[in-house]
Design a protein around this ligand. Structure first.
Ligand code: NAD
Length: 439
């Protein structure tokens, strides 16, 4: 039903395929979680699409529907999952290996999870040094591998009778890559794929295949992937939504909650030291300095953008920001993140904040995957295309239009997201001015 802005959102009819690159801790926690919610075993805590509400009109109007009642989102019962991984284990075995969810829960979900067997991956160890696996495609060159993926996606879609499909990268973090001239246009990109150019990482091959297949793409890791002109142009041309990078969980989530608060009260910052221990496969991959560099870049930029040292030199000039991740196997997915924050207040008097966050990485990431799948599908049905900046809320390093700085403040991100939803439905945007209540 069109709103009075005449944005026609097609109904969510039929099945929505969710294709996941990587069937590790995050993907299996997401899939198992959806299956558990469907069976009524648990609630989708942490998911804005499932639990969130949206205020419409004036505060006195009392219109606060659930987001999922306000917009035609796909229903959880209509989701179908598929995945690629370099290991051949089913989602059931992969979830057991990941060790995030308890075995008692997984046993009850065995039937749907066992059916999800990963397709052969496009993988090259030079991009993820700490991993090697056997469930890997072979091909003459990267262009041919992309076409194997395209054919496979078409078959999968048909077999699973999906009316729509989205793809989400939840595979390991690749080594740090900078934009290269071959990323500039679709022509140079395709030529580079044919020539097996080093600047084309496996994640880009998946993204290319998705966009060629008419499928929107989200990037949950900090890799460059779809954040290059060639693929942004392809998304625009094929009228497809893209977003990324790097799911915002754990320490960075806390940073983007706390830093806007400090800034809002004009409290200064001398330094922010963050360190983590984690022992899952992601931690092992990030133990390689080249993969860590990709993650570090993603984590470091957050404070600079929120605090704007160039605008507030007295408060934020030259603060030190250090981020460490240490691979420590005994902890598995149950990460511990410590933050030491050196702040200063009135007349420059110093104070300290210490945070010890005993978090569960994949428990925080799974609802993000669900929301992204549902919102990307919604964006597609609403005719949106290109970078979906309103989904910045979910990312550590939000992708934006070229030349535009990213918005990291989680409260601004949420306002932007909800205003986008209001806009899609032709509702008034909420500015929080509120003078009318005092007329
Ligand atoms: N868990 C979080 O809170 C969180 C937050 C932000 C970002 N991330 C990112 O999400 C990704 C997934 O995290 P995870 O904890 O599930 O890691 P994981 O190691 O458990 O799973 C990743 C999986 O991807 C597979 N893989 C690697 N390269 C592949 C390729 N080219 N094709 C197909 N599969 C491939 C691996 O074999 C592995 O099974 C990582 O890049 C991580 O940095 C996770």
């Amino acid at each position: 039903m069109p709103g009075h802005n005449n944005i026609d959102i097609k109904p969510a009819e039929g099945k929505l395929g969710v294709l996941l690159v990587g069937l590790g801790a995050v993907s299996t926690t997401f899939i198992a979680g959806v299956e558990a919610v469907k069976k009524g075993f648990a609630k989708p805590i942490g998911s804005l699409t499932q639990m969130g509400t949206i205020r419409l009109g004036k505060r006195t109007d009392n219109r606060v529907p659930l987001i999922k009642d306000f917009l035609p989102l796909a229903d959880l019962k209509d989701l179908v999952f598929g995945a690629w991984d370099i290991f051949p284990e089913s989602a059931y075995d992969a979830a057991l290996n990941a060790g995030v969810l308890e075995k008692e829960l997984l046993v009850q979900l065995k039937e749907p999870l066992r059916k999800i067997k990963p397709m052969k991956a496009v993988f090259d160890q030079s991009y993820v040094k700490r991993l090697s696996g056997t469930n890997v495609k072979t091909g003459k060159n990267k262009f041919e591998l992309a076409h194997q993926l395209i054919d496979e996606i078409a078959d999968w879609r048909k077999k699973n009778k999906c009316s729509r499909v989205v793809m989400i990268w939840a595979a390991s973090t690749e080594v740090f890559l900078k934009q290269h001239p071959v990323h500039k246009t679709l022509e140079t990109f395709e030529k580079a794929m044919r020539e097996n150019h080093k600047a084309i990482a496996p994640s880009m091959i998946y993204a290319y295949a998705a966009l060629k297949s008419g499928i929107p793409f989200a990037n949950g890791a900090p890799n460059l992937t779809v954040d290059i002109p060639a693929l942004m142009t392809l998304a625009d041309k094929n009228k497809l939504s893209i977003c990324g990078k790097d799911f915002k969980t754990g320490q960075t989530l806390m940073k983007t909650i706390i830093a806007p608060g400090l800034k809002s009260r004009m409290l200064g910052l001398h330094g922010w030291y963050s360190t983590n221990i984690l022992g899952n496969r992601d931690g092992e991959v990030l133990d390689d300095p080249d993969s860590f560099k990709t993650k570090e870049e993603s984590k470091l930029s957050v404070l600079e953008y929120i605090l704007q040292p160039e605008v507030y030199p007295d408060l934020y000039k030259d603060f030190s920001h250090v981020v460490r991740i240490n691979y420590y196997p005994p902890r598995g997915d149950n990460k511990e993140g410590w933050d030491n924050i050196d702040i200063f207040g009135w007349l420059g008097y110093p104070m300290q904040i210490k945070i010890d966050f005993l978090c569960r990485d994949s428990i925080l990431a799974a609802p993000i995957v669900l929301d992204l799948a549902l919102f990307l599908d919604l964006a597609q049905r609403a005719g949106m295309k290109g970078v979906q900046e309103w989904l910045s809320f979910y990312f550590k390093s939000p992708q934006t239009a070229p030349g535009l700085y990213p918005e990291h403040d989680i409260f601004i991100q949420l306002m932007k997201l909800k205003n986008t939803l209001r806009h899609l439905r032709g509702e008034d945007l909420i500015t929080h001015l509120g003078l009318e209540y005092y007329d």
